[in-house]
Every structure is written in C-alpha cells, then in structure tokens.
Design a protein around this ligand. Structure first.
Ligand code: NCD
Length: 306
C-alpha cells in the first residue's frame, strides 16, 4: 500500500484494505486533533473551490493547520484567473508551484481526474459535479465504524437525491466493498444513477425503491441527503420534488434504538430540527470526523505517515 504522492480522485481507486488502513490512520489522528502536531510543518495545501462549500473547505484547512501545515487558495472563483478565461489544466500547472497538494471542488464531472493528469502534486477531489465526493465517503465510513463498531453486517438506507447527490455515489461504491445490505429510498426522478447502481448490484444486496416506513425497524444507518437544487436542469423539475421527503419524530417511531442518522450536510428541510436531540442523530459528530479523516488523508498523501 503506497499513499505518498497519490491522488484521491475516485473512491473506486481504493481497495477495501486501503480504505480500512485510512480509517485506522484516522483513529490515530483523534488525539492530534486535540493537541496539535507539526507533522506537516512546511507543507502547503491549496484549496481551489469553484463551487460553494462550508464543511469540506474549512475541514481541509483545519486539518492542515492542526498538523502544522498552511493553506492557500480561493473559495470564490469569481476572483481567480478562470474569470479571465484560464483553463483548469493551466490553473493546476500554476498552483502546483505553490503547494504540496491541491484540494479541488468543481461543478464539472471528470475535473479532478483531468487535474490529476496535469498536476505534479496530489489532487484531492473535494467534490466534482454530481459525480463523486470521496473524502466525504471516508468521513461517512469512519463515522459508521466509530459509532457502530463495524461496517460489515449492517443494513444501511440511503435516502433522498440519489441521482444528483455526489456523496451517495462515493459512499455506495465504498459500501459495496463490505458485507452490507443497502436500501435505496428516493422520489422516482431522483433514483440512484445507473452507472453506480449497476456496479454495486453485482457486489452487495441492493433493494431499490425501498419504502422507508417498511424498512425503518430493521436498518442500522439512515443516511439522508439534500435535494441538489443547483443541479436540476430546470426550476419546474425541482418544484416537483421539493419537500418530497422529511425525516421527523414520526418517521423514526419504529426505528431501532441504536440506529444512527447521518447527513453530509447542508440540511435544508429533509431532517426536522426536532430530530437533532434524538439519541440517533449523529450528523454533527460526522462533521467533526471530517477533520480527522482529512488529517489522515493529507498526512498519507504527503508522506508524513505510511
Ligand atoms: C455535500 C456536497 O458538497 O456534495 N456537502 C458536503 O461536502 N458535506 C452535500 C450537499 O451539498 O448536499
């Protein structure tokens, strides 16, 4: 297993053994997140965010700072040279001169892969269009393993926008490497995209178009997502599904006591605020895990840990 210098473009590039190693390294980062470290002293991460972000960008930056490194970059591409017409390949070949790794968020599918082809420094995909969001998947897996003590043997429901939501694509690919049962719950027009579905169905049992009330008593993890309004081709299509599902106390009535609720956030209205104080809610712990996971990923690709 070699991580130094490696790109993190797709979760599909990682074996189960490699994912487990990343989760193990993440565990060792927990104390360092509290006391700090100089493991990445002198290293610079560039965060190039062409799309909005709160958690992903700030957790990358916090991870870097906790390990003694520094950050440069932009969160508003309106002020970068792309505005003058510079293409992504040239941007990457410029920024690699300033940084030891690049975290890239972009609306175009394939953009992280393209950036990795041009870049001499590791490219970390921080979200590409509706395609993938691998570092969020590592965060989700770490949260599941930490909260449930394992991943194998669990029954997991993915709820919401399975078509345009990139986090569920990366997560589904990763879960398909484990011994889990997957339930897909979504409005008709937001079903899991075909390429992902076909891959995962060959590896694990997948129940498509599951009914949430029916599966609620048996699931161990309820992973809820936002409808990705910005990716809809037109406003009328969005209007049809807006508010199509909502998790509230009533929905959870028959849930297992030790079931956990995750959400990559941001939440709009798909989880009622009253759910936040239930013992099952774990989405804010999940946010915290995003920092330690990114500490692990950065120290691995920058060669500070093996
Ligand atoms: C997600 C994203 O950007 O894909 N947010 C995140 O990184 N935690 C989910 C979303 O925007 O709905």
């Amino acid at each position: 297993m070699e991580f130094k210098g490696r790109d993190i473009v797709s979760i599909e590039d990682f074996s189960q053994q490699e994912i487990n190693h990343i989760l193990d390294v993440t565990k060792t980062m927990e104390p360092l997140a509290k006391i700090g470290s100089d493991m990445l002293k002198g290293k610079i991460l560039a965060t190039l965010f062409f799309e909005p972000s709160t958690r992903t960008r700030l957790s990358f930056e916090a991870a870097m700072l906790k390990l003694g490194g520094s950050n440069i970059g932009f969160a508003d591409a309106e002020n970068a040279s792309v505005k003058k017409g510079e293409n992504l390949a040239d941007t990457v070949r410029t920024v690699e001169n300033y940084a030891d790794a690049i975290a890239l968020r972009h609306s175009l599918e394939g953009s992280a892969k393209l950036a990795a082809e041009f870049s001499k420094v590791p490219i970390i995909n921080a979200g590409t269009g509706a395609e993938e969001h691998p570092t969020q998947a590592f965060t989700d897996l770490y949260t599941i393993r930490k909260e449930k003590g394992k991943i194998d043997g669990l029954k997991i429901a993915l709820v919401g926008d399975l078509r345009y939501g990139r986090t569920v694509h990366s997560l589904a690919y990763a879960l398909a490497l484990y011994n889990v049962e997957l339930y897909l719950v979504s409005p008709e027009t937001l079903r899991m995209r075909k390429d992902v579905l076909e891959t995962i169905k060959t590896k694990i049992p997948v129940t498509e178009n599951a009914d949430l009330d029916t599966i609620m008593p048996k699931i161990d993890v309820l992973y809820v997502t936002r409808i990705q309004k910005e990716r809809f081709p037109d406003a009328a299509e969005y209007a049809k599904v807006k508010g199509a599902y909502k998790i509230d106390l009533k929905t959870l009535k028959n849930a297992k006591k030790d079931m956990i609720i995750l959400h990559p956030l941001p939440r709009i209205d798909e989880i009622a605020a009253e759910v936040d104080s239930t013992p099952q809610a774990r989405y804010f712990q999940q946010v915290g895990n995003g920092v330690v996971v990114r500490m692990a990923l950065l120290s691995l690709v920058l060669g500070a840990v093996k």
